[in-house]
Design a protein around this ligand. Structure first.
Ligand code: FAD
Length: 495
């Protein structure tokens, strides 16, 4: 049986393993850590608190369902989720509070009530975004941008007429500020740049398609939390015969001539016709392929932002908060200047609070909540993270306590933190970037590494640092693209 080796068990690696197993490969996943998931992991804190460590917002669930269906299973037997009625609760420093209902017209009505922006304008905006998303997703997200066939596909005929409206030549912020005059609505829409670790003052207007996912398709919550995605997919992979080997870091991708031969770990050699790296693309070249020429321009693309996360067990409950909550800064522009130009943390950061115990009461003791409190920060360039953590913790506590009218610090009964250095150490993500390279220039989508090696036969790449980018749905799409590119075992090129 033809063998495939997958390096890393992040969501992209797990999905790729499933697709290759379905295709008929004998798949082994080699993972450095003691368990699967990469950034999508979980932990508990004393006192009965459970946390999803990394991703918290789940969109495009059909991409998970698709893996079960592909394997001939019913998704419902493995993985359940619900659509959120409210996506996010927004709080501004001026006291404005807005509930972002998942239903587009309810959201538009709320924007009219709270921000005095005509609801018809908001509805028309979301409809335009939906139209542009449908015209472009097949070309830009579901296929390799580095294969001629993509540009010969009939889908391109849908994409071409949409190009002038995509805002490629303007920034997200400029496009939003042109569409709306209320600075709070502009800030809300600019925030979607952070969904792939970018800066709305630099990223192209194309990223303004992201709200379509939340308002038109929906935001979802998996039963048991985000980690349930990884758990259910690993269960499926194991049923398909995929072997997961933990605490077994891959040290080298073995190459002979123009073919990959397999991988070498701390425990031996795994021959494989197909090797899929789910390791960040930078260390994949630097550490696993040190003698191969590296695509330097691609590897030098600016990295996405990272995060400082405080995981707090909170001895109280807050009915005014929901699963996703945002406490905005006074000046978004200054905040992003701190992250992307000054490479430090703004003294007045926007704070994101995620509370899974709102939907999974078992994640915190009764009357308590589990707060995942995140601030966007630059990727790791050797900043003094201990000092920045102390400064940011104080700023976060001040802001949230002021808005909620309750002193939060005395309520913290358990605490853990994750910083960019920790993200790098725990997941091998270069510089601790959460989403690979940023989208801070209009060519970024084309400058991400392809999902295959153009020099080495049998070598493929999945995950947040390669096309189409970071975030759960895009990592799943990278695995789909690889699944489509890898030849069936009988026709695969043997080394
Ligand atoms: P990763 O999760 O990066 O995992 C890579 C795996 O490979 C790791 O397990 C690592 O140990 C292993 N590995 C690396 N090198 C080797 C080697 N040499 N040998 C063996 N194993 C190796 N996305 C969303 O969609 N929504 C969100 O709300 C969201 N929020 C986020 C918040 C945080 C704090 C973080 C950290 C991320 C967030 N993301 C979010 C991004 C999302 O988590 C990632 O894009 C996605 O999980 C990355 O998956 P991946 O396939 O790239 O693999």
């Amino acid at each position: 049986m033809a063998k495939a080796a997958v390096i890393g068990s992040g969501i992209g690696g797990i999905a790729a393993a499933i697709r290759l197993a379905v295709k008929g490969y004998d798949v082994t996943v080699l993972e450095t850590n003691a368990s699967f998931g990469g950034k999508m992991t979980q932990f508990t804190l004393p006192g009965g608190y459970r946390f999803d460590a990394g991703p918290s917002l789940f969109t495009l669930p059909h991409l998970v369902d698709e893996l079960f269906t592909l394997a001939g299973r019913s998704p419902q037997d493995y993985f359940k989720y619900q659509r959120l009625p409210v996506v996010t609760q927004y709080f501004w420093p001026d006291g404005t509070r807005l509930t972002a209902h998942a239903n587009a017209s309810d959201f538009a009505r709320e924007v009219e009530d709270k921000l005095q922006v005509p609801k018809e304008k908001v509805e028309a905006h979301l409809q335009k975004v939906a139209r542009l998303y449908h015209a472009t997703e097949a070309t830009f997200l579901q296929k390799s941008l580095h294969k001629v066939n993509t540009y010969l596909s009939p889908d391109v005929l849908k994409t071409l007429p949409a190009l002038p409206e995509l805002g490629l030549m303007t920034t997200m912020h400029a496009a939003n500020a042109q569409a709306f005059s209320d600075p709070r609505l502009v800030q809300l829409l600019d925030r979607y740049a952070t969904y792939n670790g970018s800066d709305p003052y630099q990223a192209p207007g194309t990223l303004n398609l992201i709200p379509h996912l939340e308002f038109n398709i929906g935001a979802f919550y998996p039963s048991g939390g985000i980690y349930a995605i990884a758990q259910s997919l690993v269960k499926l992979a194991q049923e398909l015969g995929v072997e997961f080997r933990y605490q077994e870091p891959v040290q080298e991708i073995l190459v002979k001539g123009k073919h990959t031969q397999g991988v070498i770990t701390n425990q031996g050699f795994y021959p494989a016709q197909v090797v899929v790296s789910n390791m960040d693309i930078v260390p994949t070249y630097r550490k696993l392929l040190p003698t191969q020429p590296a695509p330097e321009t691609t590897l030098k693309q600016p990295r996405s932002s990272s995060a400082l996360i405080f995981y707090w067990g909170i001895a109280s409950s807050f009915p005014q908060l929901d699963l996703h909550n945002i406490f905005f800064s006074e000046s978004y522009q200054q905040e992003f200047e701190h992250i992307f130009q000054k490479k430090t943390v703004s003294p007045d950061p926007t704070v994101y609070v995620n509370i899974t115990s709102k939907y999974s009461p078992e994640d915190a003791p009764s009357g308590h909540e589990n707060w995942f409190v995140m601030v966007n920060v630059p990727h790791n360039e050797g900043q003094d993270w201990n000092a920045l953590l102390t400064q940011t913790r104080t700023a976060v506590l001040q802001k949230v306590s002021k808005v909620l009218g309750v002193a939060i610090e005395p309520l913290i009964t358990a605490e853990r933190v994750w910083d960019p250095k920790g993200v790098e150490a725990d997941t091998s993500s270069f510089a601790g970037a959460l989403y690979g390279s940023s989208s801070n220039n209009k060519m970024a989508a084309f400058l991400r590494h392809p999902n295959f090696s153009s020099r080495l036969k049998g070598l493929y790449f999945v995950g947040g640092s390669v096309h189409p980018g970071g975030g759960i749905p895009l990592c799943l799409l990278s695995a789909k693209i690889v699944g489509d590119l890898v030849p069936a075992p009988s026709t695969s090129v043997l080394p």
